[in-house]
Design a protein. Sequence first.
Length: 234
Amino acid sequence: MSWLHDMLVGFDLETTGTDPAESRIVTAALVEVKEGEPVRRREWLADPGVAIPAEATAVHGITTREAVAEGRPAGDVAAEVAAALVAYWRAGIPVVVYNAPFDLSLLAAELRRHDLPSLERQLGGAAVGPVVDPLVVDRAVDKYRKGSRSLENASALYGVRLDDAHEAGADALAAVRVALALGEKYPAQVGEAAPEELHERQTAWHAQWAAGLQEWLRKGKDPEAVVDGAWPLR
């Protein structure tokens, strides 16, 4: 049986910024999906402990006042999200994360910030995964396509409805549906691979993409550019 017909879990964070080492969780969502349809949804609103910049609020709509008044302590949210992810991975359930090195690295930074066990430690020393990252897959199977590879654009390209972009639950569900569309369109490379095999392929695909981007940047205006090739965690 292909992973396309098994349980998948979409994961997404909305945050205070774009640097996963420094930004904080504002909202988080985990959406269990079977055959493309959501069967369970869990969502969190965190008080990040810092002011939410106006430019971040403009993206996800959460203000500092709202987060402080209604959000739970960031450490509690990080701990609960991490525990849930670990439980899925222990059960062999793939977690779908669009641009996984951002969300998973940011969660890892929050765990360190609050002196909580890392994902790897909670997995008993095992590596994080299996993860399906539709951004990495899309870059690999359609590498010469021009234009933005945002979740919104990928959703439009693969016929996935995304009504509320940058709402964590909506983005998590859309990411799963884009992953399913990729698996169906590219069975040999994606859909027919076992989750663990697909995870390993994505590790290599992301490393190749990062090396190519770094080479291109160094030939241009940034001769000292460094593009991190680690996946799914930086």
